[in-house]
Write a protein of this length. Structure first.
Length: 265
């Protein structure tokens, strides 16, 4: 992950202001405000059930927020139809991959380019994703449902690239993958950002991988943003080290520190 990062603009490509979403009577995210600058990888860290996936679904229009506003490239997209949001240049790689199992790998990729009319550009990006994930070229005519979990994750990311988006929402790319495959996936995510300049918002439970791959991070607890900073600074914070990176303070023995209340600072 040593490629030089693309230029990062001070202007946000994505901005959430005081967003609240719920499932029936259950509030999933509460007053979430965050922004993603053009050219960067931003990450939202949090445990299972913290509301990470809900943030992405709200951005992409799958869930309508009850409060707050969302802007993408300066345009209000709050509660807009998902098809419109995709056409504006936002691609969502959902948790669990969600490939089209009865379509071939190649047809899954072409579905990602459904909104495009530039045939030469589509062909170029098809070659690009095959260079990122050579196994997809080998399996191009195979039904996507027959791929392994790791290969389906590669396909889901590649399908998003085929839309030539300005922003990719990437939900739990390490879910169900081996440590080796997780490293490979994250290395490619960084390459996509560095080589193509694609802005990425990543939500992930694997804090170590996410913090190493990303530029800026937010910590989500019980639906609220409780901390934000550059990932370099987050990695040095004691609470992040203990509760997300599994690093205990020296000299502490026999004490169940994970039961202590977090003192976010």
């Amino acid at each position: 992950m040593s490629l030089s990062p693309p230029p990062v603009s001070d202007q946000p490509v994505l901005k959430l202001s005081n967003v609240e979403s719920a499932y029936g009577p259950i509030k999933a995210i509460r007053g979430v405000s965050l922004q993603v600058r053009r050219g960067e990888i931003a990450t939202v860290l949090g445990s299972n059930g913290a509301g990470k996936t809900t943030i992405l679904k709200t951005i992409s229009g799958i869930i309508d927020p009850r409060k707050g506003s969302i802007e993408f490239k300066g345009e209000a997209i709050t509660a807009r139809d998902p098809a419109h949001i995709v056409q504006q240049g936002l691609s969502h790689v959902p948790e669990g991959r969600e490939v089209f199992p009865l379509l071939s790998v190649r047809d899954n990729l072409l579905m990602g380019a459904y909104t495009r009319r530039d045939r030469d550009g589509v062909a170029h990006d098809m070659e690009a994703v095959y260079s990122y994930f050579p196994i997809l070229r080998e399996r191009a005519e195979q039904d996507a449902g027959l791929l392994s979990g790791g290969q389906q994750q590669m396909l889901a990311i590649s399908r998003a690239i085929m839309a030539s988006p300005d922003l990719i929402l990437l939900d739990e790319p390490s879910l169900g993958l081996s440590p080796k495959l997780t490293r490979e996936i994250f290395e490619i995510v960084v390459r996509i950002n560095r080589e193509r300049g694609t802005t990425i918002l990543l939500v992930e439970q694997n804090a170590n991988m996410a913090l190493n791959a990303s530029d800026y991070g937010y910590v989500l607890e019980n639906g609220r943003i409780v901390m934000e900073d550059t990932c370099a600074r987050l990695r040095e914070k004691d609470d992040i080290k203990e509760f997300y990176l599994g690093m205990k303070e020296a000299g502490v023995r026999g004490e169940r520190r994970w039961k202590k209340k977090k003192n976010w600072r």
